[in-house]
Design a binder for this molecule. Structure first.
Ligand code: ADP
Ligand code: MG
Length: 351
Protein backbone atom coordinates (compact mmCIF):
# COMPACT_ATOMS: atom_id res chain seq x y z
CA UNK A 1 0.00 0.00 0.00
CA UNK A 2 1.20 3.49 -0.81
CA UNK A 3 2.43 5.11 2.36
CA UNK A 4 2.53 8.62 0.93
CA UNK A 5 -1.24 8.76 0.99
CA UNK A 6 -2.76 10.43 3.95
CA UNK A 7 -4.48 7.99 6.21
CA UNK A 8 -7.34 9.46 8.14
CA UNK A 9 -8.04 7.68 11.36
CA UNK A 10 -11.37 8.07 13.07
CA UNK A 11 -12.07 6.95 16.57
CA UNK A 12 -14.99 5.14 18.03
CA UNK A 13 -17.40 6.93 20.29
CA UNK A 14 -20.59 4.98 20.23
CA UNK A 15 -22.95 3.69 17.62
CA UNK A 16 -26.02 3.21 19.76
CA UNK A 17 -27.14 5.31 22.68
CA UNK A 18 -30.09 6.08 24.85
CA UNK A 19 -32.27 8.87 23.59
CA UNK A 20 -32.98 11.29 26.39
CA UNK A 21 -36.33 12.75 25.51
CA UNK A 22 -36.98 14.66 28.68
CA UNK A 23 -35.03 16.64 31.19
CA UNK A 24 -36.06 14.29 33.98
CA UNK A 25 -33.11 13.38 36.11
CA UNK A 26 -31.94 10.03 37.38
CA UNK A 27 -31.18 9.41 41.06
CA UNK A 28 -27.95 7.78 39.90
CA UNK A 29 -26.33 8.95 36.69
CA UNK A 30 -22.64 8.19 36.13
CA UNK A 31 -20.51 8.88 33.09
CA UNK A 32 -16.75 8.75 32.67
CA UNK A 33 -13.88 7.45 30.55
CA UNK A 34 -13.00 3.73 30.64
CA UNK A 35 -11.49 1.11 28.31
CA UNK A 36 -10.53 3.68 25.68
CA UNK A 37 -14.13 4.87 25.46
CA UNK A 38 -16.85 6.18 27.80
CA UNK A 39 -19.48 4.62 29.98
CA UNK A 40 -22.90 5.85 31.06
CA UNK A 41 -25.03 4.36 33.79
CA UNK A 42 -28.56 5.52 34.57
CA UNK A 43 -30.65 4.18 37.39
CA UNK A 44 -34.31 5.18 37.35
CA UNK A 45 -35.18 4.40 40.94
CA UNK A 46 -33.06 3.38 43.88
CA UNK A 47 -34.13 1.49 47.02
CA UNK A 48 -33.97 3.96 49.89
CA UNK A 49 -31.55 1.82 51.92
CA UNK A 50 -28.84 2.22 49.33
CA UNK A 51 -26.04 4.68 49.80
CA UNK A 52 -25.54 6.24 46.35
CA UNK A 53 -21.98 7.37 46.93
CA UNK A 54 -20.98 3.89 48.06
CA UNK A 55 -22.68 2.26 45.10
CA UNK A 56 -20.96 4.68 42.70
CA UNK A 57 -17.61 3.78 44.21
CA UNK A 58 -18.37 0.07 43.88
CA UNK A 59 -19.22 0.53 40.20
CA UNK A 60 -16.07 2.55 39.49
CA UNK A 61 -13.92 0.01 41.31
CA UNK A 62 -15.49 -2.84 39.39
CA UNK A 63 -14.87 -1.17 36.03
CA UNK A 64 -11.32 -0.30 36.89
CA UNK A 65 -10.67 -3.87 38.09
CA UNK A 66 -11.84 -5.30 34.76
CA UNK A 67 -9.78 -2.75 32.84
CA UNK A 68 -6.69 -3.67 34.87
CA UNK A 69 -7.19 -7.31 33.95
CA UNK A 70 -8.22 -7.18 30.32
CA UNK A 71 -6.78 -4.09 28.70
CA UNK A 72 -4.08 -4.33 26.03
CA UNK A 73 -3.55 -0.60 26.58
CA UNK A 74 -2.08 -1.23 30.04
CA UNK A 75 1.32 -2.85 30.12
CA UNK A 76 0.64 -4.08 33.66
CA UNK A 77 -2.73 -5.73 32.96
CA UNK A 78 -3.13 -9.45 33.52
CA UNK A 79 -3.75 -9.86 29.79
CA UNK A 80 -0.64 -7.89 28.82
CA UNK A 81 1.45 -10.01 31.20
CA UNK A 82 0.19 -13.13 29.44
CA UNK A 83 0.78 -11.57 26.01
CA UNK A 84 4.35 -10.60 26.94
CA UNK A 85 5.16 -13.97 28.41
CA UNK A 86 6.96 -16.30 26.00
CA UNK A 87 6.15 -19.30 28.14
CA UNK A 88 4.12 -22.15 26.66
CA UNK A 89 3.48 -23.67 30.10
CA UNK A 90 0.08 -23.69 31.84
CA UNK A 91 -0.54 -20.45 33.75
CA UNK A 92 -3.12 -19.63 36.42
CA UNK A 93 -5.41 -16.72 35.65
CA UNK A 94 -8.17 -14.85 37.44
CA UNK A 95 -11.70 -16.31 37.27
CA UNK A 96 -13.08 -13.30 35.37
CA UNK A 97 -10.40 -13.49 32.68
CA UNK A 98 -11.13 -17.21 32.39
CA UNK A 99 -14.86 -16.51 31.86
CA UNK A 100 -14.15 -14.04 29.06
CA UNK A 101 -11.65 -16.34 27.34
CA UNK A 102 -14.10 -19.27 27.51
CA UNK A 103 -16.86 -17.17 25.99
CA UNK A 104 -14.47 -15.92 23.31
CA UNK A 105 -13.60 -19.51 22.36
CA UNK A 106 -17.32 -20.41 22.15
CA UNK A 107 -18.06 -17.48 19.85
CA UNK A 108 -15.02 -18.32 17.77
CA UNK A 109 -16.55 -21.74 17.15
CA UNK A 110 -20.06 -20.47 16.57
CA UNK A 111 -18.85 -17.94 13.99
CA UNK A 112 -16.53 -20.37 12.23
CA UNK A 113 -13.47 -18.38 13.21
CA UNK A 114 -14.71 -14.89 12.28
CA UNK A 115 -14.48 -13.86 15.93
CA UNK A 116 -10.93 -14.49 17.01
CA UNK A 117 -9.25 -12.80 19.97
CA UNK A 118 -5.85 -13.95 18.70
CA UNK A 119 -5.97 -11.28 15.95
CA UNK A 120 -4.12 -8.99 18.39
CA UNK A 121 -0.89 -8.99 16.35
CA UNK A 122 -2.80 -7.96 13.24
CA UNK A 123 -4.74 -5.28 15.12
CA UNK A 124 -1.40 -3.77 16.14
CA UNK A 125 0.09 -4.19 12.67
CA UNK A 126 -2.78 -2.23 11.11
CA UNK A 127 -2.50 0.53 13.70
CA UNK A 128 -5.69 -0.14 15.63
CA UNK A 129 -3.98 -1.39 18.75
CA UNK A 130 -2.39 0.12 21.82
CA UNK A 131 0.44 1.55 19.75
CA UNK A 132 -1.30 3.72 17.14
CA UNK A 133 0.68 4.31 13.96
CA UNK A 134 0.70 7.55 12.05
CA UNK A 135 1.68 6.00 8.74
CA UNK A 136 -0.05 3.11 7.12
CA UNK A 137 2.19 0.87 5.05
CA UNK A 138 1.47 -2.77 5.64
CA UNK A 139 3.29 -5.24 3.42
CA UNK A 140 1.80 -8.62 2.48
CA UNK A 141 4.87 -10.30 3.98
CA UNK A 142 4.17 -8.63 7.34
CA UNK A 143 0.57 -9.85 7.20
CA UNK A 144 1.78 -13.39 6.52
CA UNK A 145 4.12 -13.28 9.50
CA UNK A 146 1.37 -11.94 11.78
CA UNK A 147 -1.10 -14.55 10.49
CA UNK A 148 1.24 -17.31 11.66
CA UNK A 149 0.41 -16.31 15.23
CA UNK A 150 -3.35 -16.12 14.71
CA UNK A 151 -5.73 -18.91 15.69
CA UNK A 152 -7.83 -19.46 18.79
CA UNK A 153 -6.80 -23.12 18.58
CA UNK A 154 -3.36 -22.05 19.82
CA UNK A 155 -5.01 -21.06 23.11
CA UNK A 156 -5.79 -23.91 25.52
CA UNK A 157 -8.17 -23.57 28.46
CA UNK A 158 -8.28 -25.92 31.46
CA UNK A 159 -11.60 -25.27 33.18
CA UNK A 160 -11.00 -27.52 36.18
CA UNK A 161 -7.75 -25.86 37.14
CA UNK A 162 -8.59 -22.38 35.78
CA UNK A 163 -5.36 -22.37 33.79
CA UNK A 164 -4.51 -21.36 30.26
CA UNK A 165 -1.60 -21.95 27.94
CA UNK A 166 -0.45 -20.78 24.56
CA UNK A 167 0.91 -23.30 22.08
CA UNK A 168 3.11 -20.67 20.45
CA UNK A 169 5.11 -18.06 22.39
CA UNK A 170 3.97 -15.18 20.17
CA UNK A 171 0.23 -15.62 20.70
CA UNK A 172 -1.23 -12.17 21.42
CA UNK A 173 -4.77 -11.83 22.74
CA UNK A 174 -7.00 -8.79 22.22
CA UNK A 175 -10.25 -8.63 24.18
CA UNK A 176 -11.40 -5.25 22.85
CA UNK A 177 -14.42 -6.77 21.10
CA UNK A 178 -15.72 -8.65 24.15
CA UNK A 179 -14.45 -7.08 27.40
CA UNK A 180 -16.76 -4.07 27.20
CA UNK A 181 -19.79 -6.35 26.92
CA UNK A 182 -18.55 -8.41 29.86
CA UNK A 183 -18.05 -5.30 31.98
CA UNK A 184 -21.58 -4.09 31.14
CA UNK A 185 -23.03 -7.41 32.34
CA UNK A 186 -21.06 -7.29 35.59
CA UNK A 187 -22.23 -3.74 36.37
CA UNK A 188 -25.80 -4.85 35.62
CA UNK A 189 -25.44 -7.80 37.99
CA UNK A 190 -24.03 -5.52 40.68
CA UNK A 191 -27.06 -3.23 40.37
CA UNK A 192 -29.42 -6.20 40.49
CA UNK A 193 -27.68 -7.46 43.63
CA UNK A 194 -28.80 -4.16 45.17
CA UNK A 195 -32.35 -4.84 44.02
CA UNK A 196 -32.24 -2.18 41.35
CA UNK A 197 -34.65 -3.16 38.59
CA UNK A 198 -34.78 -0.11 36.28
CA UNK A 199 -31.44 0.75 34.75
CA UNK A 200 -29.33 1.27 31.67
CA UNK A 201 -25.63 0.38 31.56
CA UNK A 202 -23.64 1.39 28.49
CA UNK A 203 -19.94 1.17 27.62
CA UNK A 204 -18.91 2.40 24.17
CA UNK A 205 -22.31 1.64 22.67
CA UNK A 206 -22.73 -1.84 24.21
CA UNK A 207 -25.85 -1.76 26.38
CA UNK A 208 -27.77 -3.71 28.99
CA UNK A 209 -31.27 -2.57 29.86
CA UNK A 210 -33.74 -3.41 32.55
CA UNK A 211 -37.20 -2.02 33.30
CA UNK A 212 -37.94 1.53 32.24
CA UNK A 213 -36.57 5.07 32.01
CA UNK A 214 -37.40 8.22 33.97
CA UNK A 215 -40.43 8.84 31.74
CA UNK A 216 -41.93 5.56 32.89
CA UNK A 217 -41.42 4.09 29.43
CA UNK A 218 -39.20 1.38 28.08
CA UNK A 219 -35.72 2.64 27.20
CA UNK A 220 -35.46 4.33 23.80
CA UNK A 221 -32.26 3.22 22.11
CA UNK A 222 -31.13 5.12 19.05
CA UNK A 223 -29.14 3.26 16.39
CA UNK A 224 -26.97 5.75 14.57
CA UNK A 225 -27.12 6.27 10.85
CA UNK A 226 -23.78 4.79 9.75
CA UNK A 227 -22.08 7.96 8.55
CA UNK A 228 -18.92 9.47 9.96
CA UNK A 229 -19.79 13.02 8.88
CA UNK A 230 -22.68 13.78 11.15
CA UNK A 231 -24.45 12.11 13.97
CA UNK A 232 -27.94 11.16 12.82
CA UNK A 233 -30.41 8.55 13.90
CA UNK A 234 -31.25 5.56 11.73
CA UNK A 235 -33.97 4.19 13.99
CA UNK A 236 -35.09 4.11 17.60
CA UNK A 237 -35.81 0.82 19.36
CA UNK A 238 -37.96 0.69 22.50
CA UNK A 239 -36.24 -1.90 24.74
CA UNK A 240 -36.63 -3.06 28.28
CA UNK A 241 -35.04 -6.33 29.37
CA UNK A 242 -32.33 -7.08 26.91
CA UNK A 243 -28.75 -6.38 25.81
CA UNK A 244 -27.75 -4.68 22.59
CA UNK A 245 -24.41 -4.15 20.86
CA UNK A 246 -23.51 -2.49 17.59
CA UNK A 247 -20.41 -2.92 15.51
CA UNK A 248 -19.78 -0.33 12.82
CA UNK A 249 -17.21 0.58 10.21
CA UNK A 250 -17.82 4.32 10.48
CA UNK A 251 -16.32 5.48 13.75
CA UNK A 252 -12.93 3.80 13.85
CA UNK A 253 -11.27 3.38 10.48
CA UNK A 254 -8.79 4.89 8.10
CA UNK A 255 -9.18 5.66 4.45
CA UNK A 256 -6.66 5.24 1.67
CA UNK A 257 -7.59 6.13 -1.89
CA UNK A 258 -11.26 6.19 -0.99
CA UNK A 259 -11.19 2.66 0.47
CA UNK A 260 -12.26 2.39 4.06
CA UNK A 261 -10.30 0.06 6.36
CA UNK A 262 -12.27 -0.71 9.48
CA UNK A 263 -10.86 -1.83 12.81
CA UNK A 264 -12.57 -5.20 12.38
CA UNK A 265 -9.99 -7.65 11.08
CA UNK A 266 -10.84 -10.69 9.01
CA UNK A 267 -8.76 -13.49 10.57
CA UNK A 268 -8.86 -15.40 7.26
CA UNK A 269 -7.11 -12.70 5.23
CA UNK A 270 -5.32 -10.82 7.99
CA UNK A 271 -6.78 -7.59 6.63
CA UNK A 272 -9.29 -5.03 7.87
CA UNK A 273 -12.69 -5.54 6.30
CA UNK A 274 -13.57 -3.25 3.41
CA UNK A 275 -17.03 -4.45 2.40
CA UNK A 276 -20.35 -2.66 2.13
CA UNK A 277 -21.75 -3.59 5.49
CA UNK A 278 -21.96 -0.39 7.52
CA UNK A 279 -23.13 -1.75 10.85
CA UNK A 280 -24.54 -4.77 12.68
CA UNK A 281 -26.72 -4.54 15.78
CA UNK A 282 -27.27 -7.61 17.95
CA UNK A 283 -29.96 -8.22 20.54
CA UNK A 284 -29.09 -10.85 23.13
CA UNK A 285 -29.75 -11.92 26.70
CA UNK A 286 -26.19 -10.99 27.65
CA UNK A 287 -24.02 -8.08 26.55
CA UNK A 288 -20.86 -10.19 26.37
CA UNK A 289 -22.46 -12.30 23.61
CA UNK A 290 -24.02 -9.31 21.83
CA UNK A 291 -20.67 -7.47 21.81
CA UNK A 292 -18.66 -10.34 20.35
CA UNK A 293 -21.31 -11.40 17.84
CA UNK A 294 -21.58 -7.84 16.49
CA UNK A 295 -17.87 -7.86 15.62
CA UNK A 296 -18.08 -11.40 14.20
CA UNK A 297 -20.97 -10.63 11.86
CA UNK A 298 -19.32 -7.37 10.84
CA UNK A 299 -16.28 -9.41 9.78
CA UNK A 300 -18.41 -11.90 7.84
CA UNK A 301 -20.29 -9.17 5.97
CA UNK A 302 -23.93 -8.87 4.98
CA UNK A 303 -24.27 -12.06 2.93
CA UNK A 304 -22.24 -14.59 4.88
CA UNK A 305 -23.04 -12.89 8.18
CA UNK A 306 -26.77 -12.90 7.51
CA UNK A 307 -26.74 -16.57 6.53
CA UNK A 308 -24.90 -17.55 9.71
CA UNK A 309 -27.17 -15.37 11.87
CA UNK A 310 -30.27 -16.89 10.30
CA UNK A 311 -28.97 -20.44 10.72
CA UNK A 312 -27.85 -19.94 14.32
CA UNK A 313 -30.95 -17.99 15.35
CA UNK A 314 -28.97 -14.83 16.11
CA UNK A 315 -31.00 -11.61 16.48
CA UNK A 316 -29.15 -9.29 14.10
CA UNK A 317 -29.93 -6.10 12.20
CA UNK A 318 -27.63 -5.34 9.26
CA UNK A 319 -27.37 -1.83 7.84
CA UNK A 320 -25.90 -2.06 4.36
CA UNK A 321 -24.49 0.72 2.18
CA UNK A 322 -26.13 1.03 -1.21
CA UNK A 323 -25.57 3.60 -3.97
CA UNK A 324 -27.95 5.99 -2.30
CA UNK A 325 -28.12 5.67 1.44
CA UNK A 326 -28.60 2.47 3.39
CA UNK A 327 -30.87 -0.56 3.51
CA UNK A 328 -31.77 -2.56 6.61
CA UNK A 329 -31.96 -6.32 6.84
CA UNK A 330 -33.09 -7.95 10.09
CA UNK A 331 -33.03 -11.68 10.82
CA UNK A 332 -36.34 -13.30 11.87
CA UNK A 333 -34.81 -13.78 15.34
CA UNK A 334 -34.26 -10.01 15.60
CA UNK A 335 -37.91 -9.19 14.85
CA UNK A 336 -39.02 -11.91 17.23
CA UNK A 337 -36.80 -10.78 20.11
CA UNK A 338 -37.85 -7.17 19.65
CA UNK A 339 -41.55 -8.06 19.66
CA UNK A 340 -41.14 -10.36 22.64
CA UNK A 341 -39.29 -7.73 24.66
CA UNK A 342 -41.98 -5.15 23.87
CA UNK A 343 -44.82 -7.54 24.70
CA UNK A 344 -43.25 -8.62 28.01
CA UNK A 345 -42.79 -5.02 28.89
CA UNK A 346 -46.44 -4.21 28.31
CA UNK A 347 -47.44 -7.09 30.59
CA UNK A 348 -45.00 -6.05 33.30
CA UNK A 349 -45.33 -2.29 33.26
CA UNK A 350 -48.25 -1.41 31.03
CA UNK A 351 -46.09 0.46 28.49
P1 ADP B 1 -17.10 -2.68 17.29
O1 ADP B 1 -18.18 -2.52 18.31
O2 ADP B 1 -17.13 -1.71 16.14
O3 ADP B 1 -16.92 -4.10 16.84
P2 ADP B 1 -15.26 -3.01 19.34
O4 ADP B 1 -14.40 -2.01 20.02
O5 ADP B 1 -16.33 -3.70 20.10
O6 ADP B 1 -15.83 -2.28 18.10
O7 ADP B 1 -14.36 -4.17 18.70
C1 ADP B 1 -13.39 -3.88 17.75
C2 ADP B 1 -12.01 -4.31 18.25
O8 ADP B 1 -11.99 -5.73 18.29
C3 ADP B 1 -10.88 -3.94 17.32
O9 ADP B 1 -10.39 -2.65 17.61
C4 ADP B 1 -9.88 -5.03 17.61
O10 ADP B 1 -9.12 -4.72 18.77
C5 ADP B 1 -10.73 -6.24 17.91
N1 ADP B 1 -10.96 -7.09 16.74
C6 ADP B 1 -10.82 -6.79 15.42
N2 ADP B 1 -11.14 -7.82 14.63
C7 ADP B 1 -11.52 -8.83 15.47
C8 ADP B 1 -11.95 -10.18 15.24
N3 ADP B 1 -12.09 -10.68 14.02
N4 ADP B 1 -12.23 -10.93 16.32
C9 ADP B 1 -12.11 -10.43 17.59
N5 ADP B 1 -11.69 -9.18 17.85
C10 ADP B 1 -11.40 -8.38 16.81
MG1 MG C 1 -18.30 -4.26 20.02
Amino acid sequence: MNNTLIAVVFFLFFVACEQTSSNKTYPLHLSDAIMGTRYTIKVTSIPSAINKAELSTQIRNLLSKIDKKMSTYRQDSELSQFNKSQSIAWQSISPSLFVVLSEAKKIHQLTQGAFDITVGGLVNLWGFGSDPMTQIAVEDSEIDVALNSVGSNFLQLDKNNQKIKKDIPDLYLDLSAIAKGYAVDLVGELLEAHEIVDYMVEIGGELRLRGGNANNQSWRIAIEKPTAEARMIQKVLPLSNISLATSGDYRNYFEVDGVRFSHSIDPRTGKPITHKLASVTILSDTTIVADALATALMVLGSDEGYKLAERENIAALFIIKVTEGFVEKATPAFEKKLKRDNAMNKIRHGY
